[in-house]
Design a protein around this ligand. Structure first.
Ligand code: NAD
Ligand code: MG
Length: 294
């Protein structure tokens, strides 16, 4: 058993400014995010399950990949080719648990790739029980007058269209007891001024989740979402926020700090597990450091 985590283990602001080009690498962040590499302990809640996680190379997706593998699942991750360095580490950690870990890089803004991604995941894992739509694009923009159609389009393609394309391809493969978990955000409910496009996509994810849960209930497939508050991940430091906000990320929450990806992984595990939440569908679970967004 590892030692019980205390408040002192966490990292508080101020942080240093550290702009990386999108999509950014977790391995270059200072301080390094905690994805549960040395702390997450499984209890066998996903033994034999097969999961596909988008954005599984870093941040919340990496923490979920590590947790799923330690709960006994085989895991395929998708990410952008420029994130290979982060992805290699995740695959290493999955394999260290004796699980099947598969890397399937590619750009999910492309519909045909989304079909290929699901086909490959099903073939390489030998089936699919759990889909985690977690990849996301957040690039702040101060004014609607400066928000280009290309940026608006890229945000919607990544966060909304890809979720639709990947889920549509995955549903025929999901068995009774299968689960879909989408990553929304507190921005869906309390949007900041500077993420006009992103906040809309995160609200769309909530409606998608609730509608699809009603479609798939009769098949015994549960569909839920997680709404994180500020978490210490590459998304934030690679254009998600202005650098002057990075220095105080999470300071405005009652806990006074950003969450570490490891701190949210267990919500995904619980939602994925029939043992833990077989009667839970169409829900949005929030973890925001106490701001009380939801
Ligand atoms: P992250 O940068 O670690 O993960 C985002 C991932 O999205 C990237 O690793 C990348 O692999 C993937 N991605 C982006 N564009 C892609 C594309 N075109 N094709 C394929 N993959 C692509 O950051 P994160 O914060 O862990 O983000 C995970 C999810 O959490 C996102 O949906 C994000 O919106 C959501 N979220 C994050 C926060 C936060 O504070 N970090 C808060 C609320 C919601
Ligand atoms: Mg990444």
């Amino acid at each position: 058993m590892t030692q019980e985590i205390t408040q002192r283990s966490f990292v508080f602001p101020p942080f240093s400014e550290q702009l990386q080009p999108f999509p950014g690498l977790a391995s270059k962040m200072k301080p390094l995010p905690d994805h549960g590499e040395t702390s997450y302990q499984g209890t066998g809640r996903l033994i034999g399950k097969k999961a596909l996680i988008t954005g599984g190379d870093s941040g919340i997706g990496r923490a979920v990949a590590i947790a799923f593998a330690r709960e006994g699942a085989d895991v395929a991750i998708n990410y952008l080719p420029e994130e290979e360095e982060d992805a290699v580490e995740v695959i290493r950690l999955i394999k260290a648990e004796g699980r099947n870990g598969r890397a399937i890089p590619g750009d999910i803004r492309v519909e045909s790739f989304c079909d290929t991604l699901v086909e490959r995941a099903v073939a390489e894992l030998g089936g699919l029980d759990i889909l985690v739509n977690n990849a996301g694009r957040q690039q702040y923009c101060n004014s609607i007058l400066d928000l280009t159609t290309a940026d608006f389009d890229a945000t919607f393609k990544t966060n909304v269209y890809a979720m639709f394309w990947i889920t549509r391809a995955a549903v025929p493969h999901l068995p009774e007891g299968g689960a879909i978990i989408n990553t929304s955000s507190v921005q869906a409910f309390d949007p900041d001024a500077i993420v006009l496009d992103y906040a809309q996509t995160k609200a769309a994810i909530v409606a998608f989740t609730k509608s699809l849960a009603k479609q798939l209930g009769s098949k015994g497939i549960r569909v839920n979402a997680v709404a994180p508050g500020p978490y210490w991940t590459p998304l934030q430091i690679s254009g998600g926020q202005p650098q002057e906000k990075i220095t105080s990320l999470g300071a405005q929450t009652p806990l006074g700090r950003p969450g570490q990806p490891a701190e949210i992984a267990s919500l995904y595990v619980t939602l994925a597990s029939m043992q833990s939440s077989s009667y839970t569908t169409g829900q949005v679970w929030c973890s925001d450091g106490g701001n009380g967004t939801l």
